[in-house]
Design a protein around this ligand. Structure first.
Ligand code: UD1
Ligand code: CA
Length: 476
């Protein structure tokens, strides 16, 4: 299989190091599973890697919560290598050797190493790195950047020819080296053969007693090989996530990128800094998104829609011209063309609102399909129901879908009118064009075109109030 990249001819294999716990996150969860921009950190890295290699040539080194990391990434088609004990980034790469050799016994191409905790890198940057390595024909090329505050990163020691001599980890750096602001991004591309030839020379001779992959640079130099670097001006792409503060930074950067991209593609976003949109969400042209809206997971929104202030759409499908008014929650549900939902409505678990239908304030729909042009404008719970076209559901209508053991269906035929404050005890069918009188408790089928009343008769006693006043004397 050949790599997707057009300009390069050398085969590139990618290894993503993702076995560490990430102690500085202070979490029970492996660091690479923490989410930013709606995806786990390592998912972003795999996505970027796809620009330089097909999934069959991408390997992820797992260790902490390996099962969870592998389950998450399995659908992408990448392969895995296990690092059972985390003895450093050099050791992690060594653990991948067997899997890589199995996939490609010759190991003649290049090997790109990415860190599972560096989720902001762009596909374009990785392609540029691949091309730079091919042009220079160096033993390795690494990505560097300059940081005002380089705390925690490896410092890059560069010679007068602009070649890299060594990387010095923060913990091992001398006071003079600590002043260096050019840092190691943790992203490298090596000539595979040279890497495997010398990787055994990495030692644990450092304060952390780990096998540092960064030592490879000095080792290659010792053998007379040249290591180049590709310096990137915008360091935001290279942010490595070690703490939750950096996680929030990455999340903010990704969401900013996302709103930017959407605005440039024709979406209006009011106060974009307040909305929260996951990386994978899609939004059509001329849709307007109001402040504080939240669009997450597999949400897809058509053209000319409006998403009201504070609305939360979680795996919601909105067709063109759909409107979600303020403070409405939509999860795993669909809204058809021209339909309006909210404010303060809730759709969940496969609810569907038909074309031009209306769902108003304090209405909840669960596993319910509302037909074209149907209306439920205020205060209702409609669960496990099929509601036909043009049906009107009065305020306060409740489907009693649960008998304490099972859930039951309610079917309401097209054109029916359900009066306010009706209690519909499922399983129940209400025929087309029928009427249910307000305040009814309906337990039996209502035939097509009928009127059903399920309430007690009203009694009127003329003059009763005055009679009572006479009878009940007020004290004093
Ligand atoms: C590393 C680099 C540092 C660089 C920085 C960039 C080393 C020794 N240092 O430091 O020069 O500036 O990244 O972000 O490489 N991992 C494993 N197995 C291990 C250890 C780590 O798979 O035994 C994985 C982690 O899951 C993580 C990545 O490698 O995804 C980086 O590890 P981390 O401990 O965060 O390295 P840094 O200290 O940030
Ligand atoms: Ca890191």
């Amino acid at each position: 299989m050949t790599s997707k990249s057009s300009k390069t001819t050398t085969k590139t294999t990618v290894v993503i190091l993702a076995a560490g716990l990430g102690t500085r996150m202070r979490s029970k969860q492996a660091k690479v599973l923490h989410r930013a921009g709606g995806l786990a950190l390592v998912e972003h890295v795999v996505q970027a890697a796809r620009a330089v290699a097909p999934a069959a040539r991408i390997s992820v080194v797992t260790g902490h919560q390996a099962d969870a990391v592998e389950a998450l990434l399995k659908p992408t088609g990448v392969s895995f290598a296990r690092q059972v004990e985390q003895k450093g980034t050099g050791h992690a790469l060594k653990c991948a050797r067997e899997v890589l050799v199995k996939a490609d016994p010759e190991q003649t191409g290049s090997l790109m190493v990415l860190m599972g905790d560096t989720p902001l890198l762009s596909a374009a940057t990785l392609k540029r790195l691949q091309e730079a390595q091919e042009q220079d024909d160096a033993a390795a090329t690494m990505i560097t950047t300059t940081l005002e505050d380089p705390t925690g990163y490896g410092r890059v020691i560069i010679d007068s020819q602009n070649n890299v001599q060594a990387i010095v980890e923060h913990k091992a750096a001398t006071p003079a080296q600590l002043k260096v602001k050019v840092i190691n991004s943790g992203i490298y591309i090596f000539k595979s053969a040279l890497l495997w030839k010398h990787i055994g020379e990495i030692t644990t001779n450092n304060p952390a007693n780990e096998l540092y992959l960064t030592d490879m640079v000095a080792i290659l130099n010792q053998h007379g090989h040249v290591v180049k670097h590709m310096h990137i001006d915008d360091p935001s792409e290279l942010l490595g996530i070690n703490t939750r503060v950096e996680l929030a930074d990455a999340d903010r950067i990704m969401r900013n990128r996302k709103t930017h991209e959407l605005m440039l593609s024709g979406v209006t976003i009011e106060r974009p800094e307040t909305v929260s949109i996951d990386t994978q969400v899609r939004v059509g042209m001329d849709t307007v998104i109001e402040p504080f809206a939240r669009l997450v997971n597999q949400t897809v929104i058509g053209e000319d829609c409006r998403i009201g202030q504070g609305a939360i759409l979680d795996s919601a499908q909105l067709a063109d011209r759909a409107v979600v008014e303020a403070y409405t929650l939509v999860s795993d549900s669909r809204i058809d063309p021209g339909a309006q939902v909210g404010p303060f409505a809730r759709l969940r678990m496969g609810a569907q609102v038909g074309p031009e239908a209306r769902v108003g304030n304090f209405v909840e729909l669960k596993k319910t399909r509302l037909g074209a042009g149907a209306k439920s404008q205020h205060l209702a719970y409609l669960g496990d129901s099929e509601i036909g076209e043009r049906v009107n559901i009065g305020a306060g209508t409740i489907t009693c879908n649960y008998d304490g053991v099972h859930k039951h269906m309610t079917k309401i035929g097209a054109g029916a009118f359900v009066g306010s404050n009706s209690t519909l005890v499922a399983p129940l069918e209400i025929g087309e064009d029928s009427y249910v009188g307000a305040g009814s408790v309906i337990t039996k089928e209502v035939p097509e075109g009928a009127l059903a009343l399920g309430r007690s008769h009203q009694i009127v006693k003329a003059g009763w109030a005055a009679a009572r006043k006479k009878k009940v004397k007020t004290p004093g």
